[in-house]
Design a protein around this ligand. Structure first.
Ligand code: CA
Length: 223
């Protein structure tokens, strides 16, 4: 999935970006409130991780602006401000969750999964379709109960498709979830990952509408 990290502390930002990339996410990183505003008004993300104490503005104002525009992008506030008033203000400004620094990466990852589950209206943590089950927490995929080994990027493509059954995702939308800024996009990469996934999960598991995109799940695909 594609994350926007808003963090002015170089060390924290650097280590979070590396750790989240290892989880297979595309991570873009901005370091001040003005850049966060500009990026959020022009690009789509699956989730925003937002520090509050920022140069050129305050994270709370970034969050309020986002919600005032009607943007429902899930947001988790990450901050050293641990007063009750700050936590309440963060949630009331439109945050979906709140994590006080320092935190463990495991907890951040679990909160990301929980926020996305709520955002997508799912109660069930596992994603299932047909014989295939995907566990976002353990990153395990099974087919007919047998483990299937996937690369981090194959997993990211499959997770994006299985999270919204029947939704058509274009090649560009899938590339967005695989590559952050400055990462070179290998041409044809999405086709290669889809080919590998079909080989491992069955030729019919991922369907495509030629020239438009890919989807998983029955029914008529929704753009
Ligand atoms: Ca800060």
């Amino acid at each position: 999935m594609r994350l926007l990290l808003v963090e002015d502390d170089r060390m924290i930002g650097d280590s979070l970006r590396s750790a989240l990339r290892l989880e297979g996410h595309a991570v873009d990183w901005v370091r001040d409130a003005a850049a966060a505003e500009a990026t959020l008004s022009s690009e789509r993300f699956d989730i925003v991780l937002l520090d509050l104490g920022l140069p050129k503005g305050d994270g709370l104002d970034v969050l309020r602006g986002l919600r005032q525009r009607g943007d429902r992008t899930p947001a988790i506030v990450l901050t050293a401000r641990d007063g009750l008033g700050d936590r309440v203000a963060g949630l009331d400004a439109g945050a979906d969750d709140y994590l006080v620094k320092p935190f463990e990466l495991d907890e951040l990852n679990a909160r990301i999964r929980a926020v996305l589950r709520r955002h997508e209206g799912r109660a069930e943590p596992l994603l299932r379709h047909g014989a295939v089950t995907l566990d976002p927490a353990t990153r395990q995929v099974t087919r007919d109960g047998e483990p299937v080994l996937l690369s981090a990027r194959e997993f990211a493509v499959l997770e994006a498709l299985m999270a919204r059954p029947g939704a058509l995702l274009s090649r560009a939308q899938l590339e967005d979830r695989l590559y952050g800024w400055g990462e070179e996009i290998e041409s044809n990469a999405v086709s290669v990952y889809i080919h590998q996934l079909r080989r491992k999960l069955g030729a019919d598991f991922i369907q495509n509408v030629r020239g438009v995109g890919y989807f998983v799940g029955g029914g008529t695909p929704k753009p």
